[in-house]
Design a protein around this ligand. Structure first.
Ligand code: NAD
Length: 322
């Protein structure tokens, strides 16, 4: 039986990845600071602990796994990573996890390891025009991410590739662009735009108003979780090491995102654009490299993923209110 290790398995993407690997017949060990809040884990072995602790990392990476996925990071949406209040923690915690994991994986002679970087590592100067952001993989330098979260991702990407060059490891690095779906954080300050929008619309009566950070003309693209996992597995099992974007190239403004969610909910909702953290002005996944190297592109429109997500978040809102 093939074995997989999922670090960050209590999180949104990690939780879904465990399920996918179980469906494929893997024996899976999941590791996280916490269990997933929204779904019971399907991992064969779920270890709760802190990957900042090198001794703990040696305990959980105790063998050669066929596939290793490193998704653990201190992260959140705009309210967490763009306010500046969590910069030291974000950089310290995530970098320490990656330093520990690579050190031990290398010593256990693990070769293939997937690492989730982020589109937040792209330079801010290429993302000032909301209609024409440039996020080609080779536009990363000269580096100028707009958040410390992005700088840590850039450092860690380089760390994974350094272990590849110096120790014969086989890193596979993806730059995720706004992954969303059911069973993700939807409240509490760490949620991202699609989940926040679904929650606000679900909590607002027909004819009401929701608040949107910024003028809402900032652009983004959003990729549904199932499609993200298709890309991750395809990359990990390929001979292409990346870095490569895993995202959707269906770009929308944040105001359009809000309108789409309201339409799915069947509600008329007014938008109140207020000052707030917004990140870069425009961002879109450039999918040319992944299409060329892996012959892969997302297959569903944003709306269908949002329908699934809205109905899950609406249920959470109703359960919380009950
Ligand atoms: P998430 O926050 O739901 O999952 C990350 C998990 O890491 C959490 O469950 C958290 O508890 C765990 N973790 C944090 N510190 C830990 C520690 N010290 N020890 C053990 N576990 C620890 O986030 P996600 O959306 O599932 O993202 C997974 C990965 O993908 C992250 O690396 C993130 O930076 C990256 N990413 C995600 C997106 C997105 O849109 N979701 C976009 C770009 C990059």
């Amino acid at each position: 039986m093939k074995t997989a290790l999922v670090l960050g398995a209590g999180g949104f993407i990690g939780g879904h990845l465990v399920k996918r690997l179980k469906r494929e017949g893997f024996w899976v060990r999941g590791v996280d600071l916490k269990f997933n809040e929204y779904a019971e884990t399907e991992a064969d072995d779920f270890v709760v602990g802190d990957l900042r602790d090198p001794y703990f990392v040696r305990q959980i990476i105790d063998r050669r796994f066929d596939e290793v996925y490193q998704l653990a990071a201190d992260m959140g949406g705009a309210g967490y990573i763009f306010t500046g209040e969590n910069d030291a923690n974000v950089m310290h915690n995530s970098a320490t996890i990656n330093l520990n994991v690579l050190d031990v994986a290398h010593k256990r002679n693990i070769k293939r390891i997937f690492y989730s970087s982020s589109a937040c590592m792209y330079p801010a100067y290429n993302q000032e025009d909301p209609d024409n952001p440039n996020c080609t993989e080779d536009s990363a330098y000269p580096a100028a991410p707009d958040s410390e979260y992005g700088w840590e991702k850039l450092f860690s990407e380089r760390l994974y590739f350094a272990y590849g060059r110096n120790y014969g490891m086989e890193p596979r690095v993806a730059r995720f662009h706004n992954i969303f779906g059911p069973e993700g954080t939807w409240t509490g300050g760490k949620e991202k735009a699609p989940a926040a929008m679904c929650r606000k619309v679900a909590m607002t009566p027909n004819g009401g108003e929701i608040e949107i950070w910024g003028d809402g003309l900032q652009t983004r693209s959003f990729l549904y979780i199932d499609e993200c996992l298709d890309g991750v597995l395809r990359l990990t099992r390929s001979n292409f090491q990346g870095p490569v974007n895993i995202g959707s190239d269906e770009m929308v403004t944040i105001n359009q995102l809000a309108d789409m969610v309201a339409d799915i909910a069947g509600k008329t909702i007014r938008k109140n654009n207020i000052p707030g953290p917004t990140g870069v002005r425009g961002r879109n996944s450039d999918n040319r490299l992944i299409e060329q190297m892996l012959n892969w592109r997302p297959s569903q429109p944003l709306r269908s993923g949002l329908e699934e997500t809205y109905s899950w978040i609406e249920r959470q809102v109703m359960r919380n209110a009950a």
